[in-house]
Design a protein around this ligand. Structure first.
Ligand SMILES: Nc1ncnc2c1ncn2[C@@H]1O[C@H](COP(=O)(O)OP(=O)(O)OP(=O)(O)O)[C@@H](O)[C@H]1O
Length: 254
């Protein structure tokens, strides 16, 4: 047997070079004379789920948007596998917002449309749509208008739609912030499944329980700066910065 075949899928992908690190070099964002992001160097493993954590206003969402190419930094470069993502970026990433952004059409049509725009062959669209709906437990709601779905169902649809495109990188910005525990676990299962299939996941979350359940790597931000990068195990048992200790203990940090 090939040596890599004995490894779990995500490790196998890494061993075969299919998994790409995500990097930022000299990232800087300023608005109205205020420095919002100043990160000289950032590197995320290509195969793990990385959680971005920090107090409100520390720059997590902004960093996520910069990494995804939704916000252009004033300085710096984002690299996927050592190269700027380029024009094919849309095909290679998924982005899920805290409030799902869905089209005013059926659940199935939302997925079909995304597949069509991403250039999937027509012959594959129906099958991929069905599989995506099933992965999110939404088969029974395929024909329902997306806007009548519950908040949890809408977010499951948004995640399933993003994953239907088999993105290289999936960015999630507090995807379960307004969901109940059952819906939260359903979203987490979708995200963990995607990691198992080789998608790199970057997740903004305030929920330490969620970061413990899902993430292998934690980046902790404070006032637009990266103050800690650690494995989840290290971060939760022995955070190095005073800010991260305060965050985990639920203290206010000024
Ligand atoms: N386009 C913008 N123009 C001006 N200021 C901005 C812009 N985007 C973000 N900011 C500011 O940058 C800082 C970081 O915002 P960001 O939303 O990234 O924080 P966050 O860590 O995600 O916060 P939260 O946990 O509250 O969602 C905030 O002070 C915010 O007001």
């Amino acid at each position: 047997m090939h040596e890599a075949a004995a490894l779990p899928v995500s490790r196998r992908a890494e061993a075969e070079g299919a998994v790409r690190p995500l990097e930022g070099l000299g990232l800087r964002v300023e608005r109205a004379g205020r420095v919002l992001l100043d990160i000289p160097e950032l590197r995320m493993s290509g195969s793990e789920i990385t959680a971005l954590m920090g107090f409100n206003g520390s720059g997590k969402s902004l960093l996520l948007r910069v990494l995804a190419g939704l916000v252009q930094p004033d300085a710096g470069t984002v690299l996927w596998a050592g190269r700027p993502p380029g024009r094919e970026r849309a095909r290679r990433l998924g982005f899920v917002f805290q409030k799902p952004v869905l089209l005013r059409r059926s659940a199935a049509a939302n997925i079909r449309y995304a597949l069509k725009v991403a250039g999937f062959p027509r012959a594959e669209i129906a099958g991929r749509t069905e599989a995506a709906l099933a992965s999110a437990g939404l088969q029974g709601l395929a024909g329902s208008p997306a806007r009548v779905l519950s908040g949890g169902e809408q977010q499951r649809l948004a995640v399933a739609r993003a994953l239907a495109l088999e993105p290289e990188v999936l960015f999630l910005d507090e995807p379960t912030a307004s969901l109940d525990p059952g819906s939260t676990l359903a979203i987490e299962a979708l995200v963990a499944g995607a990691r198992g299939r080789g998608t790199k996941i970057v997740l903004v979350t305030h929920d330490a329980g969620q970061a413990r359940r899902l993430a292998q790597e934690i980046l902790f931000l404070q006032q637009g700066r990266l103050v800690e990068r650690a494995s989840a195990g290290q971060f939760f048992t022995g955070p190095q910065s005073e800010a991260a200790r305060a965050f985990l203990e639920g203290r206010i940090h000024i």
